[in-house]
Design a binder for this molecule. Structure first.
Ligand code: PEP
Length: 253
């Protein structure tokens, strides 16, 4: 059974002290996670060690970085490699968030290199894709996300693609309070899975977790996560509030 994942993306928010308090608050709640369920918390780089220390003994809770560079080491001032992340106990890395694509000009081709760098070290990429509003309004979202998969992921082997977690995040729903309806989410998740099945076969596509992101909250998580092709969520704003994110974790199917 593929994994169902509640992933928090803190983005560039919270001080260290606020981050510690948020994790303490989350850990004070009780969860009955089943073996196929996971929680991932993507924190700013300087908080990774703190978060790893707090979560490393907690079964099925993992710390993620929000980005990485493609090279292993060297003269790349300000960048952080997969090796550096692994040396502090991090095995999950979010890449291709629409904010990085937009503000830092990350292309599908560059993200293909990041995927390779992460998989080469045995870590897990959480690969974000999703269309902007004009593309959705023109009803061209399927072709848009299919191209993102093709250009960043389709060079991978059948074995490697199953190690990637995909997060579909319609850009018009990120941080806007606008959520895709559960029917819209299911429709495009099913499309993504059928695309993956076309390339790799249905059995492999069935093993790949596809998370939904875009204004997931405590009050819509159950409805979204109950869709057959929605395997949990990548959560921004609501992941900064203990009660909200705890409820989202508990909404995992
Ligand atoms: C995100 O950060 O990836 C995200 C989906 O944000 P929000 O939940 O705030 O829309």
């Amino acid at each position: 059974m593929r994994k169902k994942i509640a992933a928090a993306n803190w983005k560039m928010n919270l001080t260290l002290q606020q981050g510690e308090a948020l994790l303490d608050g989350l850990l004070a709640q009780s969860y009955q996670l089943q073996p196929h369920q996971e929680v991932v918390v993507a924190v700013p780089f300087p908080y990774l060690t703190m978060a790893v220390q707090k979560l490393q003994q907690v079964p099925q809770f993992y710390v993620a970085a929000q980005n990485c560079y493609t090279k292993a080491s060297g003269a790349y001032t300000g960048e952080v490699s997969v090796d550096i992340l692994q040396s502090v106990g991090v095995q999950h890395i979010v890449i291709g968030h629409s904010e990085r694509r937009e503000y830092f000009q990350e292309s599908n081709q560059f993200l293909a290199e990041k995927v390779d760098a992460i998989l080469a070290k045995g870590a897990t990429p959480i690969f974000c894709c999703g269309e902007p509003l004009p593309v959705r309004e023109a009803n061209e979202q399927n072709a848009f996300v299919a191209k993102q998969l093709q250009e960043s992921l389709y060079h991978l082997s059948a074995e490697a693609i199953q190690k990637v977690v995909i997060a579909y995040e319609p850009i018009w729903a990120i941080g806007t309070g606008k959520t895709a309806t559960s029917a819209q989410a299911q429709e495009i998740h099913a499309f993504l899975r059928s695309e993956l099945a076309g390339k790799y076969g249905a059995a492999i596509a069935d093993n790949i977790s596809i998370l939904y992101g875009g204004s997931v909250k405590a009050n819509n998580a159950i409805e979204l996560f109950s869709q057959p092709d929605v395997d949990g969520g990548l959560v921004g704003g609501a992941s900064l509030i203990v009660e909200e994110f705890a409820a989202i974790i508990k909404a995992l199917p």
